[in-house]
Ligand binder design. Structure first.
Ligand SMILES: NC(=O)c1ccc[n+]([C@@H]2O[C@H](COP(=O)([O-])OP(=O)(O)OC[C@H]3O[C@@H](n4cnc5c(N)ncnc54)[C@H](OP(=O)(O)O)[C@@H]3O)[C@@H](O)[C@H]2O)c1
Length: 277
């Protein structure tokens, strides 16, 4: 497992709980304590973690991180299948496949946060050679509650993932505006909360962040920095297909601003704080 951020640690813990033998690597050493306690062992380099393995999973921040790590895996013999769960651009995903040993690369971007991964409740969008995907069935079965096969092109799976995150991030920014307005109006907090959880206009995926928006506790699990990255990638994806997304540009700017104003390592729900300053 390469990448010991929030998601990488969660994936490693889920794999260890299902008796996979797991070696981990992180660019910055010393961030894998909970995984080592759960039975993983730390490798000094990505090459050492990947060599001799059936599969190597990636959970890395962005396009650049994936490219840098894939360049180090290139040439490993015999090569493991690379399963890239990172949210990156379709172009970066295709380039990563070309760098993978034997081009054995499957994109598996994840819908759901780290806690859902640990509990086996997350879902994955999968893109890659069908025979490779079938070989990885033990991983899909033990780690995810469901998967959706999006075709041979890994870029298609990440394209769907980016569209999904655009819905999440724009919905959350709008919900933050509703919460901040209800609070400014002095509306009853309990009633506001109950109605927002009941209204079909509020997507179920936003329910888990409603209390964070109300209370301002933004410990969370997905940072504004990475959220802004996903919006940029979604906007560029659309632009590449000739569709300008003015709303995405505005929403992207909101998360960038939240990151610039000190919330970069806080949860995306911190976007609401721009309204409270
Ligand atoms: N958190 C979520 O809820 C969630 C949900 C779905 C998908 N994702 C996606 O999953 C991926 C990981 O997210 P996360 O929340 O775990 O992020 P995170 O906690 O910020 O961790 C990012 C990881 O990327 C590594 N990294 C960054 N730049 C690197 C580079 N140039 N070379 C090597 N490693 C590098 C970091 O290493 P260092 O420790 O050395 O910085 C760290 O291990 C992202 O693509 C994200 O969009 C996250």
């Amino acid at each position: 497992m390469l990448g010991m951020g929030r998601m990488g640690r969660a994936l490693a813990r889920r794999l260890l709980a299902h008796d996979f033998a797991v070696a981990v690597w992180n660019r910055t050493p010393g961030r894998a304590a909970e995984v080592l306690d759960a039975g993983g062992h730390e490798a000094p380099t990505p090459e050492a973690a990947a060599a001799g393995r059936d599969a190597v999973l990636l959970s890395l921040a962005d396009d650049e991180a994936v490219r840098e790590v894939m360049e180090r895996l290139w040439g490993i013999e015999p090569g493991p299948v690379v399963v890239d769960t990172s949210t990156i651009s379709p172009a970066a995903s295709r380039a990563a496949r070309d760098l993978a040993p034997g081009r054995s690369y499957v994109a598996a971007p994840i819908a759901g946060g780290p806690t859902m991964v640990v509990e086996g409740k997350a879902t994955a969008l999968i893109g890659g050679d069908r025979a490779l995907v079938e070989r990885l069935e033990p991983i899909w079965a033990d780690v995810f509650s469901s998967t959706a096969y999006c075709g041979e092109d890994p870029g298609t799976a990440v394209a769907y993932k980016l569209l999904n995150n655009y819905l999440l991030m724009s919905g959350l920014a709008a919900l933050g505006e509703v919460v901040a307005t209800a609070q400014a109006l002095g509306l009853d907090e309990g009633l506001t909360r109950a109605l927002l959880l009941q209204w079909p206009t509020v997507a179920p995926m936003l329910h888990g962040r409603l209390d964070d928006l109300i209370t301002g506790d933004h410990g969370g699990w997905f940072t504004t920095r990475l959220g802004a990255k996903d919006l940029r990638l979604a906007r560029m994806l659309a632009a590449g297909a000739g569709v300008d997304l003015p709303l995405a540009r505005l929403v992207e700017r909101r998360y960038e601003e939240a990151a610039e104003k000190g919330w970069s390592d806080h949860d995306i729900a911190a976007v609401v704080e721009l309204l409270r300053q």
